[in-house]
Design a protein around this ligand. Structure first.
Ligand SMILES: Nc1ncnc2c1ncn2[C@@H]1O[C@H](COP(=O)(O)OP(=O)(O)OP(=O)(O)O)[C@@H](O)[C@H]1O
Length: 249
């Protein structure tokens, strides 16, 4: 079943910078998809469009068959609850423990305190960080922080996980453990969309890989790899056609 559809989606920011250009793809329920590309290629823009944190300039984004552009404002908060978002920009609150940081994400769901406590305990255990539940963010290692961020994204029981650079700044062992955790969650049925710079991990995982070059989707492979050669070729072609365009002007 199609869970996500991007139809000719373009995002141009207010300064005329193109985030992504004419991108189309479909993602099935329960898929694991990597979004790869060099810095500035549009990975975060794509993820933010998907979770309705920003609006497309043109094109359509459908989630569960619903066109997000046609969603009335009053339905948006409920709509967003189907996404668990793990982004470093959405950091932890310094003056709250790991446990409280994760609990806060559940307050909007208006569940009783007893249930929130139970659910947070479960999720901290799933992400392997319950032993640090009472630690404050400055007392956590980078790897532990990543696990708390993951727990916070998971606690609302999302259908779709949007994960931006989960292994940034992690050592190889911690990166691998975290990737395996994402894989385990995916096997439980959560659709997983992960932007990553990690050449080795993307290649080892053998998942679907969507490759962006300068905001354009250039590859979409079922059991893909982090294909930096393809990125170079497409980047060269882009520069060449831009040069030709400029010469004509
Ligand atoms: N809010 C914004 N306003 C203006 N330009 C933006 C904005 N957000 C992103 N951009 C630009 O859009 C392009 C794509 O950025 P994006 O953050 O999506 O890339 P990325 O692939 O996630 O990069 P990185 O790997 O470095 O995080 C870049 O040229 C960036 O400068």
């Amino acid at each position: 079943m199609k869970e996500i559809e991007f139809k000719n989606v373009t995002k141009v920011f207010s300064n005329d910078v193109i985030g992504i250009e004419n991108v189309s793809f479909e993602i099935e329920k329960g898929e694991f998809v990597f979004i790869v590309g060099r810095s500035g290629s549009g990975k975060s823009t794509l993820l933010k469009l998907l979770s309705s944190q920003i609006e497309p300039t043109s094109g359509n984004i459908l989630v569960g068959g619903i066109d997000t552009g046609k969603l009335p404002d009053y339905k948006r908060p409920y709509f967003r609850r189907q996404f668990g978002i793990m982004e470093r920009e959405l950091g932890l609150l310094d003056d709250r423990t790991a446990f409280d940081n994760v609990s806060l994400a559940m307050y909007a769901t208006e569940q009783p305190a007893r249930l929130i406590k139970k659910r947070v305990g479960q999720v901290l255990s799933t992400t392997g960080i319950s032993h640090r539940a009472l630690a404050f963010p400055h007392e956590l290692s980078v790897g532990e922080t990543a696990r708390v961020l993951l727990a916070r994204a998971l606690v609302i029981n999302p259908k779709i996980m949007i994960v931006d650079e989960p292994t940034a700044n992690l050592d190889p062992d911690a990166s691998w453990d975290l990737m395996c955790l994402l894989d385990d969650l995916n096997r439980l049925g959560v659709t997983m969309i992960v932007a990553s710079h990690s050449r080795e991990l993307v290649t080892i995982m053998k998942k679907r890989v969507i490759t962006l070059v300068s905001g354009v989707k250039v590859l979409d492979e079922k059991h893909g790899i982090y294909n930096s050669k393809a990125m170079d070729i497409f980047e060269e072609k882009r520069v060449e056609s831009e040069r030709k365009r400029n010469q004509k002007l």
